[in-house]
Design a protein. Structure first.
Length: 188
């Protein structure tokens, strides 16, 4: 019974002593869930912030640029929220089958973090970034020939960025860049 008492005391000390403050590290933002009023339309930047223990919970989001890597060998079943994806296969306008590897640089729009948390949740990688990226990259590849990918890669990357921005911006995500590291032909 003593171990249960120690557990309860440990919980209370942690919640009461640590529960008054939210420590937001540099490069991050926080929003508050209030058990009485729901998600607050309030965003905290880096620093130490006062909150009410037991009533308010701070959710901290990384607001730094994140590299979403598309590469061979990634298994999304292991960790659905990993910032990676398996290489994307697509068919070009000249009917060439290609495998695409690269990176998407994305970050949370600090002004829309409350909406992101309320409408999508913490798992925005598996719900938004991964499926939308795969679809839009395949869509762009289907509009260009394999020769255009190799000779005008920066134009293809810009078109992919534009397509992803149109999808991500309303959801609270900013696409900083799309970078193709390898586009190789594969047997059909």
């Amino acid at each position: 019974m003593a171990s249960f008492d120690q557990l309860v005391i440990s919980f209370l000390v942690d919640e009461v002593a640590g529960g008054f403050f939210a420590d937001v590290p540099p490069g991050h933002v926080a929003t508050i869930y209030d058990r009485i009023r729901g998600v607050r339309n309030q965003i905290w930047g880096p620093g130490l912030h006062f909150k009410l223990p037991f009533i308010q919970k701070a959710k901290i989001f990384n607001a730094q640029t994140l590299e979403y890597t598309i590469r061979d060998g990634f298994n999304p079943d292991i960790n659905k929220e990993a910032l990676a994806d398996d290489a994307i296969t697509a068919v070009t306008a000249d009917n060439t089958h290609v495998k695409i590897q690269g990176s998407i640089l994305v970050r949370i729009n600090k002004e829309n973090v409350v909406s992101l948390w309320e409408n999508i949740g913490e798992d925005f990688i598996s719900k938004i970034v991964r499926p939308v990226s795969r679809s839009r990259i395949r869509g762009v590849i289907s509009q260009v020939t394999s020769n255009q990918i190799n000779t005008h890669r920066h134009v293809v990357e810009a078109k992919m960025k534009e397509m992803l921005e149109a999808e991500f911006a309303p959801k609270g995500l900013i696409v900083e860049n799309v970078l193709l590291s390898d586009v190789s032909t594969v047997p059909s």
